[in-house]
Design a binder for this molecule. Sequence first.
Ligand code: IGP
Length: 271
Amino acid sequence: MNRIDRKFVELKEQKQTAFIPFLTIGDPDVRTSIDIIKQLEQSGASIIELGVPYSDPLADGPVIQRSSQRALSSHQISIKDCIEAARIARSEGSELPFILFTYYNPVLQLGLETIFPMLVESDISGLIIPDLPMEEDEEVQALARQYGIHLIPLVAPTSKERIQRIVSRASGFVYCVSSLGVTGTRTQFHSGIDEFIETVRQSTALPIAVGFGVSTNEQFAKFATSCDGVVVGSALVRQVEDVLPLFADPATRPQALLQIDAFVKDLIQLP
Ligand SMILES: O=P(O)(O)OC[C@@H](O)[C@@H](O)c1c[nH]c2ccccc12
């Protein structure tokens, strides 16, 4: 049991749904990202995906692509910087379970044997690698198990015949992708989304979370009825983008955090 498991147990006892924001670390800078992490915790986040900016984010839509580009062009943010941000946030009192969200290339650059001890040292409980080739996941799975890190799989509606195989090796929770294509807010989801979630639900005893496209309270509430968690990335990253000028001036930083707080509270309040 690590922080992720304990959080889902706690939420289940409280009959609550996990709110799992994704945040690009280093946009606009690491210090601000840490402040946003702490604000998200105050605002109601249950678990957080710490996004490692990447130069070729194939699965990302324009909002996260822009955010990654800002983090890379201003500060050349690395996977190590993101792991360090988690360590600092924890040292400053955050109790949030952290998931490192990264494409595979930065993991390979750092080295599989290197990254897992670093995750443990920074009290990061989970890892999501959206482009981890299934053919190569044996080694990563083995290291994750060895170090007690949850390697959280993404399951897409197209992977019906693969759902069982992906889910059978899952740990932590299963991340159900709500739609085909790239990340980004949506007005509608994959036509068979409810059946897809039910299929995954029948395939695992693990908690299931859904993500891709969620940006409104109505969408959050809809998924809260069938899932144990809801992931929101682009809509939040867009909020950060909108308040960057407020973060740039020390006098208006509190206002920037208040706007993020208001966005989250509107998004996750349930009737
Ligand atoms: O941005 P959205 O549509 O809210 O979706 C969550 C997503 O941002 C986050 O989980 C994520 C960021 N980059 C990804 C790449 C692939 C899958 C998922 C992701």
